[in-house]
Write a protein that binds this ligand. Structure first.
Ligand code: ZN
Ligand code: ZN
Length: 215
């Protein structure tokens, strides 16, 4: 049943706010659920909000593929060998950073969250190559769409393998909540909550690799 607004139809638009724009899939224009998928445009690095069908665009569907669907796996890598000295060598100025294979550049790139958005680490990543070499059996992120996300928590370093959109979610949280020089309690609560959620998802997916080889 439709409610018929009273009064002459010509006046309706002055009284009723326009309906909020329904978010739509940026590839096929289908209306989107709040929980939706993402696709990376490999050339521009843009992350597109997509429906489930479009986010199933197969990753690595041929070299030069322009779009890659972001997969959903979340893995905890407790056996990942990454020491405090490695972290020092990487010179990441903050608590967390993500590293992913960039298919166009043909190498890993590193980013970290900052109050202004994602900041790229411009240091040469030789130190990261050493970390990879020390972890030959660790599952590798799919180019452009997955990343190693490292959290230098108060007690130890933790490495996760997550979808790239999760990294940008963390970037968004930092950008939204960070205050002053040290972030403030709200920012730290958001960051801790984010990592707790990643851990819970990995455990729910049974995505824990290398348990027992904790350094
Ligand atoms: Zn779509
Ligand atoms: Zn989205």
């Amino acid at each position: 049943m439709t409610a018929r607004p009273a009064g002459p139809p010509g006046l309706r638009r002055f009284r009723e706010p326009p309906p909020p724009e329904t978010p739509r899939c940026e590839m096929c224009a289908e209306p989107l659920e709040e929980r939706h998928g993402h696709v990376v445009n490999v050339q521009t690095r843009a992350l597109l909000c997509t429906c489930r069908g479009c986010s199933l665009v197969m990753p690595g569907s041929g070299p030069g593929a322009r779009y890659r669907g972001v997969p959903e796996r979340h893995l905890l890598l407790p056996g990942f060998r990454l020491t405090a000295a490695d972290w020092e060598a990487l010179q990441i100025p903050v608590r967390a950073a993500f590293f992913f294979p960039h298919s166009v550049l043909g190498r890993y790139v590193a980013f970290y969250p900052s109050p202004a958005g994602a900041a790229e680490s411009l240091l040469p990543l030789d130190a990261w190559d050493d970390v990879l070499a020390a972890n030959p059996e660790a599952p590798r992120p799919l180019p452009d769409v997955e990343a190693y996300l490292v959290d230098r928590g108060p007690e130890r370093l933790t490495c996760h393998l997550v979808p790239i959109d999760a990294c940008y979610e963390l970037v968004g949280l930092v950008r939204l909540h960070w205050k002053g020089f040290h972030g403030g309690p709200e920012a730290w609560r958001a960051i801790d909550g984010f990592f707790a959620e990643i851990r819970a998802r990995a455990e729910a997916e049974a995505g824990v690799y290398g348990e027992g080889r904790r350094a």
